[in-house]
Design a protein around this ligand. Structure first.
Ligand SMILES: [Zn+2]
Length: 147
């Protein structure tokens, strides 16, 4: 059977029918996402420096890693990582595809945290939505670990 090529954008993900989902997907580029940049600016403003970005030699490639202090920071987009706080939008089409994808993301996150903690790392998960209301508290949490 022939595949409907028009249905796929890059062979990985179905084209979202819903505009909201489409916007979220386009905004996701893996690295240096908007939430990441926002958080790094907040750290910079608080004088926190000395982390590595997307360090491949650290398990799970944390978004930020303070190597000496063994602090791994993950900045999670609520949609992709299925935030437990704001209960993000679930695409209405291709539900099965998304369910599988989200489940994989969530499981991968759980594994990363567990493995890092087992190997003596502190882990900090920053949710995109929390940054809107609790940026100060999150930055303090990181500052307390770093300093
Ligand atoms: Zn959220």
């Amino acid at each position: 059977m022939r595949e409907n090529k028009a249905y796929y954008r890059d062979g990985r993900a179905p084209i979202p029918k819903c505009e909201h989902t489409s916007r979220l997907m386009s905004a996701n580029k893996g690295k240096n996402t908007k939430p990441e940049v926002l958080f790094r600016k907040a750290l910079f403003a608080s004088g926190i420096r000395g982390y590595r970005l997307h360090a491949k030699n650290v398990f799970g490639t944390p978004d930020l890693a303070f190597l000496k202090k063994r602090i791994a920071v993950f900045i999670n987009g609520c949609f992709w990582h299925r935030c437990p706080y704001c209960k993000p939008h679930m695409p209405k089409s291709n539900v099965e595809f998304w369910s599988v994808k989200f489940e994989k993301n969530v499981q991968r996150d759980i594994l990363k945290m567990a493995r890092l903690r087992e190997t003596g790392w502190h882990t900090v998960v920053v949710w995109e939505c929390q940054m809107k209301t609790e940026m100060g508290a999150i930055v303090n949490q990181v500052a307390n670990l770093v300093n």
